[in-house]
Ligand binder design. Structure first.
Ligand code: PHE
Length: 457
């Protein structure tokens, strides 16, 4: 790889832009749509505790490792990984980490854009007033109506993809940088507004109780695997997104501190979203927290439709979700685009069209899994569930495990020292111990037990 390629994509304007970008990547459908329903289906409190444990013990150290490799390489994840491998004189098989990540990223982008399309559709559905005073059965029917209509799904999936391309085409500084600096503060304001609404109008204490009463008996190994998969998914780790963003991080920013801030923002948004959604769910009779993927799309319209001013709040809610999804999806697109630009020496616009087009075509599999292919099952899953399970619970943990082993045992020490400069010796030692021993053993145990529980029990 030529040296001229290093840094060819540019860099964030400041450490703050990196924080906004990484938070934008992390905060997304994972926090607002997935976290509440997965927590709801796994009994609430105990799941949340394990999830937070995974964020701290596995997520943060792996995220730091990814940023470190990215910033050292200053290229797309595939080539940054290649550089780290070559620099350390390691076996070239380690390069698979970069490939695995980018592949997972493409698969995630494919179904992510379909779900984000639901949120876009709901902005208009709620604003139309059609959901005023709707009950559970009718809301369920409205949601099924959307899922059973491939052309409506494809239209929104396409709109969403175009929005993503529009940002990524602008490049790191003018596209991604400006987008995240505008969108993230907006997102936080909207989130706080909704939190106030849910405290005033919802059953806030029941929500707190549900998310924070720890009944560990309610948790299975499969639930623990889901909690870990969720930690990987929500932090955008294991698939190159954070490695790519790390490649654009200013050299003088402290990796440890910066990543802790991002993880804190991300977990807060997940918890706050959970509180908002469950406050509203528990205040509405006949709606259960165990609703599954439809939780947000069925329960919330009923709740919003029954509250004074609810439709406006509901529309704001789905704008919020769409923005969060948008700032995440651009981080799935960017690593692949950066790689294609490096590998084929083509411009940003063309690379964008190729990558987004491929993800769009793959996304049709998820679109059809809700209607014409609903009966078509892979390993007991429909296409969408299969991709979701395969990426979050299989590919991301494997890629995370490989990253911990690579940075813990293979990567040259002076690369680590340069990138971790300014970190106190105690913290550095703590991180190294986690990355060498704690994180890999935790990932391996949870992965093996979870897969066993899922398929053989
Ligand atoms: N972290 C995002 C979310 O929680 C999803 C995502 C995964 C984004 C991987 C980028 C990369 O919604």
């Amino acid at each position: 790889m030529g040296l001229q390629q290093k840094g060819m994509h540019g860099a964030w304007a400041s450490r703050w832009t990196f924080i906004m970008a990484a938070t934008g990547s992390a905060v997304g459908l994972g926090n607002m749509w997935k976290f509440p329903y997965v927590a709801g289906s796994n009994g609430g409190g105990a799941f949340v505790l394990v999830y937070l444990g995974c964020i701290l013990l596995i997520g943060v150290p792996v995220m730091m490792a990814e940023v470190l490799i990215g910033r050292h390489g200053r290229q797309s994840p595939i080539n940054s990984m290649r550089e780290a491998v070559t620099d350390s004189g390691a076996n070239t098989k380690w390069q698979i980490v970069g490939w695995l990540g980018v592949l997972a990223g493409m698969l995630i982008l494919s179904f992510y854009s379909v779900i984000a399309g639901w949120a876009l559709d709901y902005i208009f559905l709620i604003s139309s007033g059609d959901l005023q005073g709707i009950n559970g059965a009718a809301a369920s029917a409205k949601f099924s109506e959307l899922l059973s209509d491939p052309s409506r799904l494809i239209m929104w999936q396409s709109v969403f993809m175009v929005l993503c391309v529009a940002v990524v085409v602008g490049g790191v500084k003018k596209g991604l940088g400006i987008a995240v600096e505008t969108l993230m503060p907006l997102l936080f304001v909207m989130l706080l507004l909704l939190l106030v609404f849910s405290i005033l109008k919802g059953n806030f204490s029941a929500a707190v109780n549900f998310l924070f009463s720890f009944d560990l008996d309610a948790l299975t190994w499969r639930g623990v695997l889901e909690a870990m998969g969720q930690a990987f998914f929500t932090l955008s780790i294991g698939m190159g997104a954070i490695m790519a963003y790390g490649a654009y991080m200013p050299q003088d920013a402290n990796i440890g501190k910066t990543i802790l801030i991002v993880a804190l923002f991300d977990s807060s948004v997940a918890i706050i979203s959970g509180l908002i959604i469950f406050s509203i769910v528990f205040a509405t009779p006949g709606i259960e927290p165990t609703e599954g993927p439809g939780l947000m799309f069925i329960s919330l319209p009923v709740a919003f439709g029954s509250m004074p001013g609810g439709l406006l709040i509901g529309a704001i809610f789905f704008v919020l979700v769409s923005i969060a999804a948008w700032s995440s999806a651009i981080s799935l697109l960017e690593p692949c685009v950066a790689w294609l630009m490096e590998a084929k020496n083509i411009g940003r616009a063309r690379a964008n069209i190729v990558i987004a087009g491929t993800a769009w075509v793959l996304g049709l599999g998820s679109v059809f899994s809700f209607n014409i292919w609903a009966d078509y099952k892979v390993a007991g899953f429909n296409v969408f569930d299969f991709l979701d399970f395969l990426t979050a619970n299989i590919m991301l943990p494997i890629s995370g495990l490989l990253i911990t082993l690579f940075v813990g045992y293979v990567l040259r020490k002076d690369v680590i020292n340069v990138e971790m400069e300014g970190t106190s010796p105690q913290l550095l030692a703590l991180w190294q111990m986690t990355i060498k021993y704690i994180a890999p053993s935790a990932i391996a145990v949870v992965f093996i037990m979870g897969v066993y529980d899922k398929f053989f029990v």
